[in-house]
Design a protein around this ligand. Structure first.
Ligand code: R5P
Length: 299
């Protein structure tokens, strides 16, 4: 097996390779002055199984194009199979028609992955369980929830006065699974609304009891507005300590600053997306999904 990394999350690719006792395989990614890319495989891969690790987070367009080119280069070089590890699957929000006249972006992405010869996709905590159904290539959908459960126990956040909180109804399945992993910890679900035109988040109420300690669980943090609005609501309802666990640290705009200045005590994310130093902040802790991916690749 040969492991290649795109440019978006080399530290994660390096960790996966190390766990599999391998070196990352060599690629040349040349960027022309107009920002177009040329990709070349620098190793013999004929008949090999090739793995490409690429998070398709910001800038999703650039990272996807690079991934497509790497897959194409490997296919033309005679690999047997191509497995792509896309820890954060960009363009997944638009997984169906919300309004007439829209594109279904993830459907377009899947079509291209198929055309460039990808055999299997390994990904993490998809926004909706509907997404794997769109795939007509094999997909392995992993979750960071077991990593979160371990961390919650390790940091003793699982005391009696604790409630798990989903900031929206879409996260009910996620929160139920985590609750079971934590010995049926109580959970509550916030009623969230987002204006599709302006992106403004409002939260009208919460279904369930709020306890002294609240653990908000979400799939991703983008602008941070969902987390901050949820934290304010929980504070108003009597929560004293608020912790956040979210798989994907998308961190757009001023999210790191907003989260650091918010009422939450700690923000736990994973390395599905590389978080550069300038986006890290004192309340942040990054947990690694590398072992889970390495184990999946060994099967
Ligand atoms: C939405 O349904 C997702 O689960 C996240 O809550 C959302 O994408 C977070 O975005 P933001 O941080 O911009 O509120």
């Amino acid at each position: 097996m040969k492991i290649f990394s795109g440019s978006s999350n080399k530290p994660l690719a390096g960790k996966i390779a190390k766990l599999l006792k391998k070196e990352l395989s060599q690629l040349e990614i040349h960027i022309f002055p107009d920002q177009e890319k040329r990709v070349r495989v620098l190793e013999k891969v004929l008949g090999e199984d090739a793995v490409i690790v690429q998070s398709t987070s910001t800038d999703a367009d650039k990272n996807y194009i690079e991934l497509f080119f790497i897959a194409d280069a490997l296919r033309r070089s005679g690999v047997k199979t191509i497995i792509v590890v896309i820890p954060y699957l960009g363009y997944q929000r638009q997984d169906h028609l919300f309004r007439e006249g829209e594109a279904v972006s993830i459907d377009v992405i899947v079509k291209i992955l198929k055309v460039v010869g990808v055999d299997k996709v390994i990904t993490f905590d998809l926004h909706s369980t509907r997404i794997p159904e769109i795939f007509n290539i094999r997909i392995v959908h992993l979750s960071a929830l077991s990593i979160f459960a371990e961390k919650i126990k390790e940091d003793h956040l699982d005391g009696d006065d604790t409630v798990l909180v989903s900031p929206d109804k879409g996260g009910i399945r996620r929160i139920k699974i985590l609750s079971e992993m934590l010995g049926n910890m109580p959970y509550a679900v916030i009623e969230k609304n987002r204006d599709l035109a302006t992106g403004k988040v409002t939260m009208d109420g919460i279904d369930g009891e709020v306890e002294e300690n609240a653990i908000i669980v979400d799939d991703m943090i983008s602008t941070g507005s969902t987390i901050v609005t949820a934290a304010n609501l929980l504070k108003n309802k009597g929560a004293k300590n608020i912790y956040v666990f979210a798989t994907h640290a998308v961190f757009s705009k001023d999210a790191p600053k907003i989260l650091q200045n918010s009422s939450v005590s700690s923000v736990y994310v994973t390395d599905t997306i590389f978080v550069p130093e300038e986006k890290q902040f004192p309340k942040l802790e990054i947990l690694s999904i590398s072992e889970m991916i390495a184990k999946t690749l060994k099967i």
